[in-house]
Design a protein around this ligand. Structure first.
Ligand SMILES: [Zn+2]
Length: 116
């Protein structure tokens, strides 16, 4: 657990871990670690942030990987929505974004196949 290994380097005490609820993280989680003595605060996420281009929109790695997994399992967007509903978590992508990413994934597969 984060709590058992996260400590303030200045005060040498365990940090308080708080789960941050956000709507746009999808399957990624955000946490805030706070030192109760000096007030130092660190924010971190459970997945790497991926940004397309220098100033492009960002997403989280886990969301893209889950989209590929649901696609490869044959469950697609509906399967991903069912999974998120059962788990009571926000879906990582809407239908339009899912379709756009599947098109790009298909293009990448075709590119690799043509190279082989
Ligand atoms: Zn501290």
């Amino acid at each position: 657990m984060i709590k058992s290994v996260a400590f303030c380097p200045t005060c040498k005490v365990n940090l308080m871990v708080e789960h941050i609820e956000r709507q746009k993280l999808g399957l990624c989680h955000a946490f805030q670690l706070n030192c109760s003595l000096c007030g130092k605060s660190i924010e971190l996420t459970s997945s790497k942030e991926v940004r397309k281009g220098g100033n492009g929109r960002y997403s989280y790695d886990v969301n893209g990987r889950s989209m590929i997994a649901f696609h490869e399992l044959g469950d697609g967007f509906a399967g991903m929505m069912n999974f998120c509903g059962i788990m009571n978590i926000m879906p990582p992508l809407n239908r339009t974004t899912y379709s756009d990413k599947i098109t790009k994934l298909h293009d990448a597969y075709m590119f690799i196949c043509q190279k082989a």
